[in-house]
Design a protein around this ligand. Structure first.
Ligand code: HPA
Length: 251
């Protein structure tokens, strides 16, 4: 069973045949909302909108530890994270769908580990390759199977938000090697790694990053909403294809 964590523009999944909703409590508090268990194309999935069902929880206030813990407890084999981003790299325009392959964490003040507290031994997880190879492959194959072009490989800069960046900050992120910018992959991705949960991120490009393209002078939030609306159906079709198990690519 895969988990789908929906971001902005994906607070519900119309195609999901809902079996039950479960309010889960974790040692770290409550997740962003009840877990929705159901079937997509006849395959079991769990859906969780990370900003809450009413899209009310901003990126810095999300209880990432509770969300990832709840999914692990539900017994999922992997997490497909849907995120929205601004495009920094010249070839990444609004409307593109990007399979991210690296991350740089610029967030601060977010609780980003399960390995804390006085009686826990110091633990350092390996995070060289932050996204799961097989789950990425599964998403790539799913996109190909439904004829949706995706950009395979981009470094995601995770900023604190909730404000968008300045043009100078985007220049700096680009110098650092980032190709897209968003606010939610961290600490979600490293918490999943701490729990040995395969994790991959599919990013929807909803705007040119600050100072780039048509965001030269300002980022239009109405444009973001329009692009999200127009692109999410394509993302849903990729996700639906990805839940069908493939031989050799995760159980
Ligand atoms: N910056 C940060 N997060 C985002 C952006 C952006 O330009 N677009 C969508 N999420």
């Amino acid at each position: 069973m895969l988990a789908i964590v929906g971001g902005s523009g994906l607070t519900s999944f119309a195609e999901l045949e809902v079996a039950r909703r479960e309010v889960v409590r974790t040692p770290y508090g409550e997740p962003s909302g009840p877990l929705t268990f159901g079937q997509l194309q006849g395959h079991p999935v769990v859906f969780l909108p990370r900003h809450g069902h009413g899209h009310t929880i901003p990126p810095h206030d999300i209880n990432y530890r509770a969300n990832v813990w709840a999914l692990k407890e539900a017994g999922v084999l992997g997490v497909v994270a849907i995120v929205s981003v601004g495009g920094i790299r010249a070839d990444i325009d609004p409307g593109a769908i990007v399979l991210i392959d690296q991350v740089i964490d610029y967030t601060w003040g977010r609780v980003s580990t399960y390995f804390d507290g006085p009686d826990r031994p110091v633990t350092h997880i390996d995070f060289t390759v932050p996204f799961d190879r097989l789950l990425r492959l599964r998403l790539k194959n799913a996109a190909a199977s439904v004829g949706e072009p995706i950009i395979d490989g981009a470094c995601y800069a995770c900023t604190q938000g909730p404000r968008l960046e300045t043009a100078a900050e985007i220049d700096r992120l680009e110098r650092d090697g980032a190709a897209v910018v968003g606010m939610t992959v961290m600490p979600e991705a490293c918490l999943a790694r701490e729990l040995d949960l395969p994790y991959a991120g599919l990013a929807v490009v909803v705007n040119h990053a600050a100072g780039r393209g048509d965001s030269q002078l300002a980022i239009s939030t109405s444009e973001i909403a329009r692009t999200l609306e127009n692109t999410m159906q394509r993302v849903r079709s990729i996700v639906m294809a990805s839940v069908v198990p493939e031989k050799g690519v995760l159980p």
